[in-house]
Design a protein. Structure first.
Length: 488
C-alpha cells in the first residue's frame, strides 16, 4: 500500500482535493439556495444569495426602445414669452407689448416641443407597446433601438383612459421581441426590473421589488397600478417592468411627485386585454352600466346596516341608462357583477368596462339589507356617458358646476384634487360680477371644505337668499378668496 501511495500520491492527492471541493461547493450551494440558470426553480443565477440581473438585462434590453416625439406648438415669440409668461395671465408689461405691436396680440410663432419616453417590441412586424401620454398629439415619432438604428413610427391605437398606446415601425431585419407575462401572478415582495430611457439615458436598468398591487392614484377611472421601488424617472414612461423570467409584467407609467422609491406600472394583463382592439380598431370599446358610485365608508356601512365595508354604493343613476331601465336605484349597494364579487368601489368600473357590449349580465345588489338580482344588458360607453358627476346650476349665483373627478382632470389637463369645478358662469350674475371664471376650482364655501358635490350642495343650502358667500378658489397655481352675495 505504501508503495502504491508513493507511486501515485500526486494523482490521489489531486482526486482527494477535487472531491472535497465538490462536496464543499454542494454544501454552499444548498445553503445559498443557488440553482443553475436553466433549472426550473429560478431563471437567472444569484451571487451570494442575491439575484444577478446581468443575464436578464442582456436578454431583454434589445427589445426595449427609446421613443422621441415632436409636437408643433404655436405661441408668442421669445421676448414676448419671456416677459409675459403663460398665455392666460397678465402682468404690468401687457400694455407695453400691446402698444408696441400696434394694439394687437404679438405675432404667433410655431416651435417644436420635444419629449422622450420608452417602449418595448411585442411583435415581429414591429408593433411596440408604450404609454398614451408618450405619443399623444405627436406630429412625429422616432424609435431608437439598442443597436442605434432609428425608425419612424406611426400610432396604431391609443386609449387615454388606461394610458396605453400601440405604435408600429417598419424594419427589414429581425427584431428582438420580449415575452408578455402574467401580472396576476405577481406577489408583493417579488423582484422586478425596470428598463427605459430616464432623462434621455438610454437603456438604464434599475431593480426593486413589487411594493403593492391594485393601487388607485387618481390617474383615471380604471386605476389598478403595480407599485414598485425600482427607480422610475421621467423618460421611463412606457418602458417594461420585468420579472425574473424576463417577462413583462407591467408598463412603467407614473411616479409619486416628491417621493423616492415610489413608482407605478400598468399591469400587463390590462394591456393584453386591450391589444386586439388597439390593433384592429385603433381605440377601445367599453361596456356602460350608467351608475355613479362611491366608496362604502365605515359611517356609510353603519347607516346602511352593513356587516362589512364592501361593495359600491350607487349615488346616482343616469336616466335611460341600462341600470335605470332595470330598476337599480340610488342607495343600492352593488356587491356582485357578472358573477364576480365587488369588494371595493374601484373594482366595478373595470369589471363593467371589460364586458362585451350587448351582453346580458346579472348585477347583485343590497337594497335595505336584502339581496336583489337584476339582469342588465350592457351598452357601449361613449365620452358623453363617461361617469360624469352630477351638475347643478345655482340660479342665485349664476354657476354651473361639477364635482371634480380624475377623469375631468385628465380631460382638462389639470392635476387632480378634491373640489368643485366651475363649468359655466352666467353673464351678469353675482358670480360673474365677483370675477369668478370658468375653470376655477371651488375648495371652500364659507371656510368649510367642499370636497364633493353633496357637501357643496349642503353648504350652499344653508345660506339664506341675500346672504354672503365666501369662496376659496384655486385658479391655476394660485389660491384666492372671492366674496359675493346671493340674489334675493
Amino acid at each position: 500500500m505504501s508503495e502504491l501511495w508513493k507511486k501515485h500520491r500526486y494523482l490521489m492527492t489531486l482526486l482527494g482535493v477535487s472531491l472535497l471541493s465538490l462536496i464543499a461547493g454542494l454544501i454552499i450551494a444548498a445553503n445559498l439556495n443557488w440553482t443553475h440558470p436553466l433549472s426550473a426553480k429560478t431563471e437567472f443565477p444569484t451571487v451570494g444569495g442575491i439575484p444577478s440581473f446581468a443575464d436578464l438585462a442582456q436578454q431583454v434590453s434589445p427589445a426595449v426602445v427609446n421613443i422621441s416625439t415632436t409636437k408643433r406648438v404655436r405661441g408668442g415669440g421669445r421676448v414676448f414669452d419671456f416677459f409675459m409668461g403663460p398665455r392666460d395671465r397678465r402682468n404690468p408689461m401687457d400694455d407695453f407689448f400691446e402698444k408696441f405691436f400696434g394694439g394687437e396680440s404679438p405675432p404667433q410663432r410655431e416651435y417644436k416641443q420635444k419629449s422622450l419616453g420608452s417602449g418595448f417590441i411585442i411583435d415581429a412586424d414591429g408593433y411596440i407597446l408604450t404609454n398614451n401620454h408618450v405619443v399623444e398629439d405627436a406630429d412625429e415619432i422616432k424609435v431608437l433601438l439598442k443597436d442605434h438604428k432609428e425608425y419612424a413610427a406611426k400610432v396604431i391605437g391609443r386609449d387615454s383612459k388606461t394610458d396605453l398606446a400601440l405604435i408600429k415601425i417598419k424594419s427589414w431585419k429581425g427584431l428582438q421581441l420580449i415575452n408578455l407575462g402574467d401580472s396576476d401572478q405577481l406577489r408583493v415582495g417579488d423582484w422586478v426590473v425596470a428598463i427605459g430611457n430616464p432623462f434621455g439615458l438610454d437603456h438604464t436598468i434599475t431593480a426593486g421589488i413589487v411594493s403593492a398591487k391594485g393601487r388607485v392614484i387618481g390617474a383615471g377611472p380604471y386605476d389598478n397600478f403595480i407599485q414598485t421601488d425600482a427607480s422610475i424617472n421621467p423618460g421611463n414612461s412606457g418602458g417594461p417592468l420585468i420579472n425574473l423570467k424576463g417577462e413583462v409584467v407591467g408598463i412603467n407609467t407614473a411616479i409619486f411627485a416628491g417621493g423616492q422609491g415610489i413608482g407605478f406600472a400598468i399591469p400587463i394583463n390590462t394591456a393584453k386585454d386591450l391589444l386586439a382592439q388597439l390593433k384592429d380598431k385603433g381605440k377601445v370599446t367599453r361596456g356602460w352600466l350608467g351608475v355613479m358610485i362611491q366608496k362604502v365608508t365605515p359611517d356609510l356601512a353603519k347607516a346602511f346596516n352593513l356587516k362589512e365595508e364592501s361593495g359600491a354604493l350607487v349615488g346616482d343613476v343616469t336616466p335611460g341608462s341600462p341600470a335605470d331601465k332595470v330598476g337599480i336605484k340610488p342607495g343600492d349597494i352593488i356587491i356582485e357583477f357578472d358573477g364576480k364579487p365587488v369588494k371595493e368601489m374601484n373594482e366595478l368600473p373595470r369589471l363593467v368596462a371589460a364586458v362585451p357590449v350587448g351582453k346580458v349580465v346579472e348585477v347583485k345588489v343590497l337594497r335595505e339589507g336584502k339581496p336583489q338580482v337584476f339582469k342588465v344588458q350592457v351598452q357601449e360607453l361613449d365620452e358623453k356617458q363617461m361617469a360624469s358627476a352630477p351638475s347643478q346650476t345655482k340660479e342665485e349665483l349664476g354657476l354651473l358646476v361639477k364635482e371634480f373627478t380624475p377623469e375631468l382632470a385628465r380631460r382638462f389637463r389639470m392635476d387632480y384634487e378634491p373640489g368643485i369645478l366651475i363649468v359655466q358662469v352666467r353673464e351678469g350674475s353675482p358670480a360673474d360680477e365677483a370675477g369668478i371664471q370658468e375653470g376655477d376650482l371651488i375648495k371652500e364655501v364659507n371656510r368649510r371644505p367642499a370636497k364633493d358635490f353633496k357637501t357643496y350642495q349642503n353648504l350652499l343650502g344653508s345660506i339664506k337668499k341675500g346672504g354672503n358667500v365666501l369662496f376659496r378658489i384655486k385658479r391655476g397655481g394660485t389660491n384666492l378668496f372671492i366674496s359675493l352675495r346671493m340674489s334675493e
